[in-house]
Design a protein around this ligand. Structure first.
Ligand SMILES: Nc1ncnc2c1ncn2[C@@H]1O[C@H](COP(=O)(O)OP(=O)(O)O)[C@@H](O)[C@H]1O
Ligand SMILES: [Mg+2]
Length: 235
């Protein structure tokens, strides 16, 4: 039996036999505002705080300060886990690369990304990685053969030997099967629904390899301090 990474989100680990198998590449998918980034960060934060596990959060779309401010609003002070959880803003790096070479050498951007993640792995030996987000990786790497490029990207991730969460902005309503959905080991999908004046969020585990997992729809709640999952109303 493989060891599992616990999310430590009340209600979630028990839906997937105790957690996510180590080494998995898991998609966290949903439309903007479904709290994907918050959820991914929360998993790293909990693992740092409760298990002493090291994590790396690579952001490509949101600045570092914006992330730490938002997470603080959700009861997660980065200063509490600073020595274990690194946040890097690769979007910033990309912007400045373009300034230096006038937008040339775009093909090598993904190599710089990989080199950075590998070097950090050698240096800090992080066990958990978040990449936020896949659409921005594609944009920055100018993937023109999506199927082939993603296949190699996922292969590289598996060789890195960490457990990875990839944030993706897709919705299942798009009506087609995406490469990342069959390349990944797991898919956690978050949905948003308007209920009168309020928005309610739902979570479903669509896929988790090597795991007997629940496939039901659960309500994702956040009380300003922590996430919690409950049975969706009407289920
Ligand atoms: N206490 C809170 N402070 C700030 N935002 C919150 C809070 N509770 C819920 N949110 C929601 O978090 C959302 C942003 O979360 P985020 O993880 O960035 O979403 P995503 O990555 O899916 O776009 C906001 O749209 C807001 O509705
Ligand atoms: Mg986000």
């Amino acid at each position: 039996m493989k060891k599992r990474v616990q999310t430590n989100i009340p209600g979630l680990d028990e839906l997937m036999a105790g957690g996510i198998p180590e080494g998995h590449v898991v998609m966290i998918s949903g439309l903007p505002g479904t709290m994907k980034s918050s959820l991914a960060y929360n998993i790293l934060f909990n693992n740092a705080k409760m298990e002493g596990k090291k994590g790396l959060y690579i952001s490509l779309e949101q600045g570092r300060d914006s992330i730490t401010d938002h997470m603080a609003c959700l009861g997660m002070q980065h200063t509490d886990v600073e020595s274990l959880l690194s946040i890097v803003d690769m979007g910033y790096l990309r912007l400045h690369m373009d300034e230096h070479n006038g937008g040339a050498e775009n093909a090598s951007w993904i190599d710089i990304f990989k080199m950075y993640a590998e070097n950090m792995h050698e240096k800090t030996e992080y066990e958990l990685l978040v990449i936020d987000s896949l659409p921005v990786i594609e944009l920055m790497a100018r993937m023109d053969d999506r199927r082939n490029d993603l296949f190699h990207f996922f292969g590289w991730l598996r060789e890195l030997g960490v457990t990875t969460f990839i944030v993706s902005e897709t919705s299942e309503d798009a009506g087609k099967v995406l490469e990342e959905d069959f390349l990944s080991d797991g898919i956690i999908r978050v949905k948003k629904e308007r209920q009168g004046q309020d928005i309610s969020r739902q979570l479903v585990i669509d896929k988790m390899r090597s795991t007997k997992h629940n496939t039901g729809l659960f309500t994702l709640l956040h009380d300003g301090k922590e996430f919690r999952l409950t049975r969706a109303i009407g289920e």
